[in-house]
Write a protein that binds this ligand. Structure first.
Ligand code: 3PG
Ligand code: MG
Length: 386
């Protein structure tokens, strides 16, 4: 099974902080309890701090599944092959982070090229079935996502697609996207695609995507903020400006932001961000009010990425307020989806997880699916049905 168990890691204490994706995987593993199951997955990306081995993930699965789970620090070499061959029915084995094999980090142009790669050549013959269930990474044309000669759609993928179908086909309009958190350029592009295809009526932006746009249109957000998005900005400056100008009537950028003032929550204006030159970790009250007004008139709301760094007390207000608003409008019949892990965790923490219409295990993939794109993994599943 190729799964997506990419998780939040507390690097200081070397533990998984939140693992909704592991949670979602457990029922599938229980259902397949009589099979020998090998899990292939990634964690983060090369160069990131949390780009680690998957022994932690194996431990986490073990504790949630309630039976021993094996781990081998290898992906398709001799050690991995031996562990796979020795696996008995009823046992679960986790291979190491597939992105530690460099070619996995490159998108492959076509299925045939991917099938020739070492990972696929070495692993595919060892299995009776390849179950593709890395729904959160469905938008990545990477070898382990699209390269298997034959594959079956996994249970998470099937469940997600059923839930998202309502929006893919014909969302109730108006539809808003609430975008925050990291992966600024990915989210920007998903938003652009949705606008271009007439899916989206409003984008409510916070987090790094907002900072990226502010900087692209010439508003300095301070060196500290700038550094985080500098690479994305440099590579995409013109297109961000053009897209923003084209759709700016539909885009709401923050009107105020929050900084940590010696442990106190301090609301600042956008024009003050450069002067304070520190992390702007949340949106302020004026922004919340503007978002709320739009959310109240929408029939579909998709949230991806929290507006604040809600792990920190001073930055947690808006994220939980947005979850509350989503829960409220759901009661009134609005279809609400939370994706991207982080906000799902916030909904979980405030006991509102079952008060929104659906929580997805996917972030970027969900946005791209909703925007009507044929994702590489879905295309591969159609064409390579086992
Ligand atoms: C995610 O966390 O969004 C998925 O696991 C995909 O990860 P990626 O954005 O690093 O490809
Ligand atoms: Mg992620």
């Amino acid at each position: 099974m190729r799964v997506d168990i990419n998780s939040n890691i507390d690097m200081e204490h070397h533990k998984i902080t939140r693992s909704p994706r592991i949670e979602a995987l457990i029922p599938a593993l229980k259902e397949l309890k009589d099979s020998a199951i090998v899990l292939l997955a990634h964690q983060s990306r090369p160069g990131e701090k949390d780009f680690i081995d998957l022994d932690l993930h194996a431990k986490e699965i073990e504790s949630k599944l309630g039976k021993p789970v094996k781990f081998v620090k290898d992906i398709f070499g001799d050690a991995a092959q031996k562990a796979i061959k020795e696996l008995k029915p009823g046992e679960v084995l986790v291979l190491n982070n597939v992105r530690k094999w460099a070619p996995e980090n490159k998108e492959v142009k076509n299925f045939e090229d991917a099938e020739k790669l070492e990972l696929i050549q070495k692993l595919a013959p060892l299995f009776d079935y390849v179950i593709q269930d890395a729904f959160g990474a469905a938008h990545r044309a990477q070898p382990s996502i699209i390269g298997w000669p034959k594959m079956l759609a996994g249970p998470i993928t099937v469940k997600e697609l059923y839930a998202l179908k309502k929006i893919i086909d014909q969302p109730d309009k108006p539809m808003a996207m609430l975008i925050g958190g990291a992966k600024a350029i990915d989210k920007f592009k998903a938003m652009e695609y949705c606008f271009e295809n007439g899916k989206l009526d409003y984008a409510l932006l916070s987090g790094l995507t907002a900072i990226l746009i502010f900087e692209a249109i010439g508003k300095s957000m301070g060196q500290v903020n700038h550094n985080i998005i500098a690479k994305d900005l440099e590579a995409n400056n013109e297109i961000i400006k053009t897209t923003y100008n084209k759709f700016k009537d539909k885009i709401t950028l923050p009107k105020d932001l929050v900084i940590d003032d010696n442990g106190k929550r301090k609301i600042i204006g956008i024009d003050e961000a450069a002067k304070y030159n520190t992390t702007t970790g949340d949106i302020g009250d004026k922004t919340e009010a503007a978002f709320k007004e739009i959310m109240n008139k929408c029939k579909t709301i998709v949230a991806n990425g929290p507006p604040g760094i809600f792990e920190k007390e001073v930055f947690k207000k808006a994220t939980f307020d947005m979850v509350d608003i989503m829960a409220d409008v759901t009661k009134k019949g609005t279809f609400t989806i939370i994706g991207g892990g982080e906000m799902g965790a916030a909904a979980e923490m405030s006991g509102k997880a079952d008060k929104v219409s659906f929580i997805s295990t996917a972030g970027g993939a969900m946005l791209e699916i909703l925007s009507g794109k044929d994702l590489p993994m879905i295309k591969a599943l159609r064409e390579k049905k086992a």
